[in-house]
Design a protein around this ligand. Structure first.
Ligand SMILES: Nc1ncnc2c1ncn2[C@@H]1O[C@H](COP(=O)(O)OP(=O)(O)O)[C@@H](O)[C@H]1O
Ligand SMILES: [Mg+2]
Length: 224
């Protein structure tokens, strides 16, 4: 799925305790369908903000944002929710698994939301957990897993509905280098076999080397 930002600006509004924050200033960026793009920039430069805008979790203050041919910046909330559920997979630094659900149910979550039948869920989750090397951990809970294992469950969850866009926000930021490497290899494997568009934010040169190209984020601007 193509990602297109056209003159996008983003401000966080003034609150009682904070001044307005101008994060993105007139950003235009094209990521072609099937690209694996890497966002790099200092902490606070706006990488997560960019991912939230691309993932239609937040709306830009100004400008147009398109996923494929759909202008998400003007969609209604209901349609945004559906688009997120059907077309986007998210991977986070702190995994964001649901602690009260076991590995199977965490990975199945997007399919359960979509109302997919139990038989098909079982088949697809089985395949996804095998792909990430966790088929023997199906009935364990997140607090029984290592960080690397939790992130592999999160990857299974992110790909289970075969999204056309995967957004990863510092997916190795909380992992040791060996687990991080395994996670990066899985992400690269998903890219090679399923050809989703991937946008990944990272601080790590090693992680960045897994992508097709780097988009630098600094001072409210991006450059390729
Ligand atoms: N919800 C928010 N409200 C106000 N300011 C925010 C919010 N989220 C992020 N910011 C600010 O926006 C800037 C960019 O943050 P972020 O996108 O998280 O950067 P990065 O992911 O590159 O570290 C920072 O100055 C941060 O403090
Ligand atoms: Mg961030």
């Amino acid at each position: 799925m193509r990602v297109s930002l056209q003159n996008v600006s983003h401000d966080y509004e003034v609150t009682e305790t904070s001044a307005a924050v101008h994060v993105l200033d007139d950003v235009s960026l094209e990521i072609a369908a099937g690209d694996f793009a890497v966002l790099m920039g200092a902490s606070g430069s706006g990488k997560s903000t960019l991912l939230n805008l691309i993932g239609a979790v937040d709306r830009p203050t100004a400008g147009r944002l398109l996923l494929g041919d759909i202008e998400t910046s003007s969609l209604r909330e209901k349609d945004l929710t559906r688009l997120r559920r059907e077309s986007i997979g998210f991977i986070f630094q702190f995994f964001n698994l649901i602690p009260t659900l076991d590995v199977f149910e965490n990975a199945a979550f997007p399919l359960s939301l979509a109302g997919v039948g139990r038989k098909e869920i079982e088949t697809r989750v089985g395949v996804a957990l095998t792909d990430v090397g966790l088929e023997h951990r199906t009935r364990h809970f997140p607090n029984e897993l290592s960080g690397g294992e939790m992130q592999r469950v999160a990857i299974a969850r992110a790909i289970i509905h075969r999204p056309r866009l995967i957004l990863a926000d510092e997916p190795t930021g909380n992992l040791d280098s060996k687990s991080g490497e395994a996670v990066l290899e899985l992400i690269r494997n998903v890219h090679r076999t399923q050809r989703p568009t991937i946008v990944m934010a990272t601080h790590s040169d090693r992680a960045a080397s897994f992508g097709d190209y780097i988009v630098r984020v600094a001072d409210g601007h991006v450059s390729r």
